[in-house]
Design a protein around this ligand. Sequence first.
Ligand code: ADP
Ligand code: ASP
Ligand code: MG
Length: 469
Amino acid sequence: MLVVMKFGGTSVGSRAALQQVVNIVSKAKHAGQQVVVVVSAMSGVTNLLLDAAHQAEAGSEAAAHQARSVIEQKHAEATLHFLGDTPTRQQVMAQIDALLNEFESLCHGIHVLGELTPRALDVIGGLGERMSAPQVAAILNQAGLAAQPVESTELIVTDDRYGSAVPLIEATARKTEAGLRPLLNQGLVPVVTGFIGATETGITTTLGRGGSDYSATILGRALKADEVWIWTDVNGVMTTDPRVVPEAHPISRLSYAEISELSYFGAKVLHSQAIRPARRVGMPVRILNTFEPDHPGTLITAEESDNGKSVKAVAAIKNMSLITVAGPGMIGIPGVAGRTFSAVARTETNVLMISQASSEQSICFVVPTPDVPRVIKSLEQEMIREIERRDLDPIQSENNVVVLAVVGSGMKGTPGVSARLFGALGGEKINVIAIAQGSSEFNISVVIAQGDADNAMRAIHREFELEKP
Ligand code: ADP
Ligand code: ASP
Ligand code: MG
């Protein structure tokens, strides 16, 4: 059995966590499994790196120096604990120091130029994983588990959408097979940097925040792995974000369709695209707790399991804006929806939800707030004549909204789910700004004010009795 195991930031972020990683990999190897490990940066490191890059652009290098010493300290402590004051440790720390030198000189360049490109941001953002992989490999070796660090720039080929690159499946399959299979055949554990890929010409890219999950399923698909195990800091996918609703509890089975809705709508436990490679080939994915490795966690497969509940989980995606295209002459404008979404598509913005009133007098849709200026500009260019003629009103945007998604395959054909949903929101005096339901009937999405989000999640959790196992 070949398993790709991904360990997230907290799972490689402390001595206790790294000891668990050793135990988990050791158990799998002793059970005769072939294992590929994918690692995130130690927790907090990616944020430090990215913040420092932004501050360098804004005119200060102080954050870069500060980040360097914090990150160095984290790795120094972990390596000293596991490797002692040995030549192996010195070697690992030398690699980490070289990467931190690169980080500081990149930040210096950004500071001097006053410019931070998306391409430079990806190089900087990926440094944390490049420090983590040699560290984890050395720790596994020290524990008698023969391991080898591998840079995913040599395996995962992507397009050049920096910051949210998309893998090129065939090229990735070829390089991954060539890069990892020989190591597996020798009984080694490859320890691959998560989050990072490279374009066909070798330029570093990243797969988006939280992208190590995606790395794991991409590699799993490429290697035709039997399963992908995502090791994190909770007991699987939960009924909602446990930081918002303490009563949230783990869900033992989910289908690809359900998790894809939940992760798309903000359930941070899995990257929004990560399920796609697995779903394509029907590869099971498990979400497991590094700190409670015997808990069964969540198993995700194609099967639609029925846990007796119409609604299984609720998620919310924050920092969104609602854009409205409307006007008295809207009905008379041919192809207005097509033109609207073509104009949005030209900005390469991700549209999370669309809603159109049947009178055809308005179309509204949700996009991430940082994309709003680009989207409005593109729409105004497209509709310039209609706006001048007053057939359309000036394009409006409403910031500080969230999309809340209520998800479960049992909703299909169950009457009354939306009535209960709106009843629960109404009971909390929460105003619903827009609504959409996919024809799959797996998901009802509502747009509400950001300030209402946590309250809404708690109310929905209660209404659908999600706290009851
Ligand atoms: P990792 O570093 O292991 O990738 P993340 O922080 O990215 O971990 O994701 C795990 C976190 O996601 C959990 O600690 C939890 O706070 C949060 N989370 C949000 N929604 C959910 C959910 N529905 N189920 C489980 N965890 C969730
Ligand atoms: N370290 C990256 C991030 O913080 C990727 C990941 O953790 O999956 O976004
Ligand atoms: Mg994550």
